[in-house]
Ligand binder design. Structure first.
Ligand code: ADP
Length: 667
């Protein structure tokens, strides 16, 4: 290298090759003789990082290039150095020759972008693209000595771009014929694409739909929801699955199912959304109708007094009305599905389950009464009705059940039955009472008749036996007299009983009349006691009469009152053992009333018997009742007579200690 070839300094491989090249054999000769403009151009070329070449002299077109250009030459390197460009680029010469000519002839620079050339640099033909500029290199005298080229191979970019465009076109033609609505938005949320069906649906032009323009077709009611979803999607880049209404060209808003997928570059950068919209308007309307129907039902069911619920076709209960929760005191979580079994009576549950499962299987409703446990723990009976709800084509969609508390009805039914029963008993009693009254009347009549009939012969016996004892039929032996006297006494007793019967018959028939006059009770009682003194002596009994005043005068029927006192004094003696005392007293008590007390130390009367002793024909068993005779009529008559005097009789007694009979009479 001589002093004058310093312009070839540096330049990597190509610099070295150029310096080593034997230029003397070329038309250019020794580099020392090369024109200044060529040398400057080559110096620039060798020291550039951009692919460059220089063609010098239009006739010989001697080819110089730098390291960066080697790649473009392929196997043409290294022979291409110093060769004629026309020879290097034979296969494309017809394409570039006119361009070269323009530079050398007119001096006008040439700029080509992505020029397609069919090269053969590796032994086969290939499509390649280049962006380059050709510029003239002028010499000192202004003549164009050569051509300076800066070139960039763009084959990869161009082919990639073509592929992209192809796929884009394929997508569009596919999208435009797809039976759905498709749109795309960029990463800022601006809509950039709508397929043909979308544009036809809205009746709008793409320009009007782009950006945010398409939102003018969104239903105003859906705008707030949409805005929320939109913001969320573009900040979180998540998949979208939502329902909105969009206006069709004819003005009708129709329900669309919007499914949006976020788009990312291979490196993971978010670049917007790809969205499909499916018109499912009719389905949605049907859904809304069902929802509304269910909504109405729930509102209704929450306001009825019955318990109510809804179940899926498979029997899973998914809703109960508020009354159900109120009554059972349970929570929705406890009741859902098959949880309701916990409020059933375990004994009844198998039957209920069998019915319900059978219904689910057969598709037929059922009616049944069973108990349900309330919040207070007690069971009440419920009438349960279950019906299936079917779709138009007859498929069971759900079950609706109601449970009605029928405890009140059952109570009423029971009460009705009880009332009926009581009415029956009352009617029967009334009949029996009527029969008894009839019977009693018949009996009274019989007793009255019988007593009369009995008295006459007994009176006859008394008369004739009396005459026998008096000796009218001659002197009787001692034994004869004794027997006659016994007969007389027996007859006397019979007459007494018959008399009692007659009196009772009179009382019962209302024939006993009280004839009152002023009588002195002290004197009357004294007379009765005196008359019976013999009997007390026989029994070794003492009788005490306590009189607090000399006379007590009151209005009364003397004969009947005598009978009352005789009877009570007689009983006191009869039901008292020997060696005991009977006390009688009479006094006027404060309220202007007369009180007679007959007290004994006899066998006494039990509390339960006290009520009975004043009834007709009642004789109470006691240690003395077998020894002493009686008809059970005495106290009955006593009470009737006292009653007829507007008085009262009471008895107090301690068994084995004695009794007190107290008569109170108005003075
Ligand atoms: P009776 O003819 O049997 O004496 P009453 O009507 O006079 O009939 O009395 C009814 C029953 O009352 C008697 O059978 C007797 O058991 C009981 N009774 C009456 N008075 C007395 C008394 N003072 N003490 C004990 N029991 C008496």
């Amino acid at each position: 290298m001589t002093e004058n070839s310093g312009f070839m300094t540096g330049g990597g491989d190509m610099g070295a090759m150029m310096r080593a090249h034997d230029w003397s054999a070329s038309s250019l000769g020794d580099p020392e003789t090369w024109p200044e403009s060529l040398r400057t151009s080559l110096s620039i070329m060798l020291n550039s990082s951009f692919p460059m070449f220089v063609w010098w002299d239009e006739k010989s077109l001697i080819n110089f290039y730098n390291d960066e250009y080697k790649v473009i030459l392929g196997n043409k390197h290294p022979d291409a150095l110093g060769q004629s460009a026309k020879k290097v680029w034979t296969e494309i010469w017809s394409d570039i020759e006119p361009l070269k000519k323009q530079v050398f002839t007119d001096g006008t620079p040439v700029y080509m972008k992505d020029l397609r050339l069919m090269l053969n640099r590796y032994g086969y033909e290939e499509e390649a693209y280049f962006t380059f500029s050709y510029g003239p290199i002028r010499e000192d005298d202004g003549k164009i000595g050569g051509l300076f080229c800066v070139v960039n191979e763009t084959t990869e970019e161009v082919l990639n771009h073509q592929k992209l465009e192809e796929s884009d076109n394929r997508f569009r033609s596919l999208a435009d014929t797809a039976p759905m609505y498709i749109a795309m938005a960029d990463e800022t949320g601006n809509a950039v694409y709508f397929n043909q069906p979308w544009l036809e649906y809205t009746g709008k032009k793409l320009e009007d739909m782009k950006g945010m323009g398409w939102l003018s077709t969104l239903h105003p009611d859906d705008a707030p929801t949409f805005e929320n979803d939109f913001k969320k999607a573009f900040s979180e880049h998540i998949a979208i699955n939502k329902e909105y209404r969009f206006r069709r060209a004819d003005g009708e808003y129709r329900w669309m199912l919007a499914i949006g997928a976020p788009r990312f570059t291979p490196k993971g950068n978010f670049i917007g959304y790809f969205g499909t919209y499916t018109d499912f308007h009719e389905l949605k309307e049907a859904q809304i109708a069902v929802q509304q129907r269910e909504e109405q039902f729930r509102a209704l069911a929450d306001n009825i007094p019955n318990l109510a619920w809804m179940a899926r076709a498979d029997g899973h209960i998914y809703w109960y009305n508020s009354r159900w929760y109120e009554y059972t005191g349970k929570s929705p979580a406890q009741m859902e599905g098959w949880g309701w079994q916990s409020v059933h009576d375990p004994n009844e549950l198998p039957g209920v389950l069998a019915k319900w499962k059978n219904s689910i299987k057969s598709g037929r409703g059922f009616e049944m009464v069973f108990p349900l446990r309330g919040a207070d723990g007690s069971f009440r009976p419920f009438l349960t009705r279950v019906v299936p709800l079917r779709s138009k084509d007859g498929v069971i969609e759900q079950w609706i059940g109601t449970n009605t508390d029928i405890s009140q009805q059952i109570k009423i039914k029971h009460a009705e039955a009880r009332t009926e029963e009581l009415e029956g008993i009352a009617a029967q009693l009334a009949r029996q009472q009527k029969d008894l009254i009839e019977l009693n009347k018949a009996k009274d009549e019989f007793i009255s008749l019988a007593s009369h009939q009995l008295r006459t012969p007994a009176t006859g016996v008394k008369q004739y036996v009396g005459m026998l004892i008096e000796g009218y039929a001659g002197e009787l032996s001692i034994q004869q007299k004794l027997f006659a006297e016994r007969a007389y006494e027996s007859n006397e007793r019979e007459i007494s009983i018959v008399n009692d019967l007659l009196k009772v018959a009179q009382v019962d028939a209302g024939k006993m009349h009280i004839r009152k006059k002023k009588i002195d009770f002290v004197a009357l009682i004294q007379e009765v006691i005196d008359e019976q003194r013999g009997k007390f002596a026989e029994q070794n009994q003492s009788i005490i009469f306590k009189k607090f005043t000399e006379t007590i005068v009151a209005n009364a029927d003397e004969e009947r009152m005598r009978m009352v006192i005789e009877n009570l004094v007689d009983n006191a003696s009869k039901y008292t053992p020997p060696y005991k005392t009977i006390t009688v007293d009479v006094s006027v008590v404060k309220e202007g009333k007369l009180r007679i007390k007959i007290q004994d130390e006899g066998v006494g009367i039990s509390a339960s018997d006290k009520k009975k002793i004043f009834e007709k024909f009642v004789r109470i068993d006691n240690p003395l009742s077998d020894v002493v005779g009686g008809s059970g009529l005495g106290l009955y008559l006593v009470k009737r007579i006292v009653d007829l005097h507007d008085g009262s009789i009471e008895v107090s007694s301690t068994p084995k200690k004695g009794s007190v009979f107290t008569i109170t009479l108005p003075v």
